[in-house]
Every structure is written in structure tokens, then in C-alpha cells.
Design a protein around this ligand. Structure first.
Ligand SMILES: Nc1ncnc2c1ncn2[C@@H]1O[C@H](COP(=O)(O)OP(=O)(O)O)[C@@H](O)[C@H]1O
Ligand SMILES: [Mg+2]
Length: 366
């Protein structure tokens, strides 16, 4: 068993920066947790506190139920993989992977040269590095270097893996490939992992659970499905999902919701929720781009509207249509359709069940 628990963890740096504020979440045995959020939101600081490289200002860090706040980094038995994989340039692939064991060998006499060699060969085989063992890092591609870094982290048989944006230096295609590789390796070894990224696609595709951070504060901790379909607040709704979710900022009266500075209206009679909404209350409604459909639908619960196409992006398997209501640009994600052109007036509809309601302050509700 290997469980990581953060209980009300805060970090204030000596210069007064509050990088992490009262964060709690846990990684169960074998889970792959993704910590996601914009640059500067405290992701690396959290990882460094877990690794013991940064002191915890307040709160408790537990491994398998045991408080480890004051454990030395070495005693935590963590494998770390960073963006700058920091391979030793003068060592071969073999020597790079063997490096942690060669260090251990100095104190652990049971580790023979033969044993180390066998372990390196086994890991090289799994990572498809067998043919490259004699090469130096500069003779490797980015993906191969990344695999060597993974091998070096695995060989110590760590209790936990911590990843800090390990793929951000790779090109888009390789990133997708390495994503799969990291996940299948992690599954194979079942090592509890925390993976940091600013990329919401990585978070959605890799995480068993996602922790969304903003300004040092944990916004939501849940499965990718819940994060996408039930975002806790406007920040999460906006950060997760591509293309970005649409927001309609406006006000309800007895009969309608009207978007500010816009002729976009929703008849209250189509909203199951309308009875609960107070007259003159301000709301921000959100709607995923794939939930807006082309054409008309007059069934109960649907809203129809017409709009002018401002831009189209053809992505091969899908089409993104941009339109504008009120002061903001909005997006529809639909099937490729060669007849839709910039400047066209198109009919659209959506089911009001797919609307998310937020207060002016950004909290979920309604
Ligand atoms: N050693 C440090 N001293 C002071 N402030 C720091 C230090 N390290 C990071 N910070 C600040 O803490 C905040 C969080 O940083 P970081 O954890 O690196 O964010 P992220 O990894 O999400 O980009 C930022 O405002 C950053 O400037
Ligand atoms: Mg960082």
C-alpha cells in the first residue's frame, strides 16, 4: 500500500509569498493524480513539499497514514521526473539508468554489479531502450531521453512517482505518445503518482482524479468526468475543456433570461430550474460548445436562436464555429460541414438541461 495524503497544507515562503493555501487531497494506492492549473498556482511547490525539498509551513503530509513532514527526502523513497530530465551528459544510457543503484551500492553491500546490470537490462527492455544503452544523451531524441529519465526513476522501485511537467519540452505528437507510455508504465508498476501539468488535455486524459488549482487554492478534486460535467465554479468550467466553454452573463426577469448588451434570450418556460430563480437576479450561464447544435428543435426544453458565423475552424473530424452575442465571442463544436461559411446566418439550438448556472461571483448554483 502506498497512499499520499495532504491535510490542510500551506506554504508561505520567507519573502511572504503564500504559494499554497490550505490544500487537502489524497492519492490512494496506485492512483494517478493530476495537479493542474495555470503557471504560478503552486503546483511545483506542492510537489517539492511532498518530496521533502521544501518545508511545509502548515498542515500535515501523510504516507500510509503516517505523518512525514519532517522526513528527509531520501527517507521518502520517491521517484521524480522533471521537465529538464537532467540526464548526466557524460554517462551512457546504461550508466544513467544504473546511477541511483550505483549510489545505493556504496552502502548496500547486497547490491552486486551483476544485480544492477540485470535490473538495468530489464528496465531497458520494458522501455525499448535496449538498442540504445551505449549512447550518450546527446545522441537521443527527446522521447528517448524522457524514457531514460523514467527508467532512472523506476529502477529505485520508489513508493511514489512525482512528475513535474515532464512532457512540456516535447513536440505535440511525441507528447501524445509519451502520455500513453507514462500511463501504461504507471499501470504496470502500480506506483501511486502525482503528475503536474498546466495542460488541461493532459489532465483529462491521464488522471484517475484531477486537482484543479488557482492562486494556491484547490478549486476542485474529482474524476475527469465530474470535473468536466460538474465544474465547481467558473474557473474550473473555463479552464477545463477545449474549445473553451461559452458564458452568457445576464439577468432573469419574470419571463426571460437576457444576456447583457445582447438580444440573446432564454424563455423561462423552457427551464426546469426557472421556479427557483428570483426575479432580477444576475447569473452567468455556461454552455459547452458541443452542446450547441445546428438547426432548429422545438421540443420542450430546447432554445432556438439564429446567429452570424464570425469564423470557422476546420479540424478534419470536427468544425468549430465562432459567433458573437453580447460582448463575447462564443463557440460551437460540430461535425464538418462545407456549406457553413463566414458571414452566414445559421439556426442553432441547445437543450436547457445542458446549461450550467453560476453566480456573479463564480460559484456554482441556481
Ligand atoms: N523559492 C521561492 N521563494 C519565493 N516564492 C516562490 C518560490 N518558489 C515559488 N515561489 C512563488 O510561489 C508561487 C507558486 O510557484 P510554483 O509552485 O512554482 O507554481 P507552478 O508550479 O504552479 O507554476 C509563485 O508565485 C512563485 O513565484
Ligand atoms: Mg511549476
Amino acid at each position: 500500500m502506498a497512499k499520499i495524503e495532504l491535510k490542510n497544507i500551506s506554504k508561505i515562503f520567507p519573502n511572504g509569498v503564500e504559494a499554497v493555501k490550505n490544500v487537502s487531497f489524497s492519492a490512494e494506492d496506485g492512483e494517478f493524480i493530476v495537479l493542474v492549473g495555470p503557471s504560478g498556482c503552486g503546483k511545483t511547490t506542492i510537489l517539492r513539499m511532498i518530496a521533502g525539498l521544501e518545508e511545509i509551513t502548515e498542515g500535515e503530509l501523510l504516507f500510509d497514514g503516517k505523518i512525514v513532514n519532517n522526513f528527509e527526502p531520501k527517507a521518502r523513497n520517491i521517484g521524480m521526473v522533471f521537465q529538464e530530465y537532467a540526464l548526466y551528459p557524460h554517462l551512457t544510457v546504461f550508466e544513467n539508468i544504473a546511477f541511483p543503484l550505483n549510489i545505493l551500492k556504496k552502502t548496500d553491500k547486497s547490491l552486486s554489479k551483476e544485480k544492477i546490470k540485470n535490473q538495468v537490462l530489464e528496465i531497458a527492455e520494458q522501455l525499448e531502450l535496449t538498442q540504445l544503452l551505449k549512447r550518450k544523451p546527446k545522441e537521443l531524441s527527446g522521447g528517448q531521453r524522457q524514457r531514460v529519465a523514467l527508467g532512472r526513476a523506476i529502477i529505485r522501485q520508489p513508493n511514489f512517482f512525482l512528475f513535474d511537467e515532464p512532457l512540456s519540452n516535447l513536440d505535440a505528437k511525441l507528447r501524445v505518445l509519451m502520455r500513453q507510455e507514462i500511463i501504461s508504465l504507471q499501470r504496470k508498476y502500480g506506483i501511486t503518482s502525482i503528475y503536474v501539468t498546466h495542460d488541461q488535455t493532459e489532465a483529462m486524459t491521464m488522471g484517475t482524479k484531477i486537482a484543479v488549482m488557482k492562486d494556491g487554492v484547490l478549486q476542485q478534486f474529482d474524476t475527469p468526468f465530474e470535473i468536466y460535467n460538474n465544474p465547481a465554479n467558473i474557473f474550473v468550467a473555463d479552464f477545463i475543456g477545449s474549445p473553451q466553454i461559452n458564458f452568457f452573463d445576464g439577468i432573469f426577469n419574470e419571463t426571460h433570461f437576457t444576456e447583457n448588451n445582447s438580444d440573446f434570450k432564454i424563455d423561462n418556460s423552457s427551464l426546469n430550474i426557472a421556479k427557483k430563480i428570483k426575479n432580477h437576479s444576475k447569473y452567468i450561464l455556461a454552455l459547452r460548445p458541443e452542446n450547441i447544435k445546428i438547426g432548429k428543435n422545438f421540443d420542450y426544453g430546447f432554445v432556438n436562436f439564429s446567429t452570424v458565423v464570425e469564423n470557422v475552424e476546420f479540424l478534419g473530424n470536427e468544425l468549430i464555429i465562432y459567433f458573437r452575442t453580447g460582448n463575447t465571442s462564443k463557440r460551437i463544436k460540430t461535425f464538418p460541414n462545407q456549406s457553413i461559411k463566414v458571414g452566414d446566418l445559421i439556426d442553432c439550438h441547445f437543450n436547457t438541461n445542458s446549461l450550467l448556472f453560476f453566480s456573479q461571483e463564480g460559484a456554482r448554483g441556481g
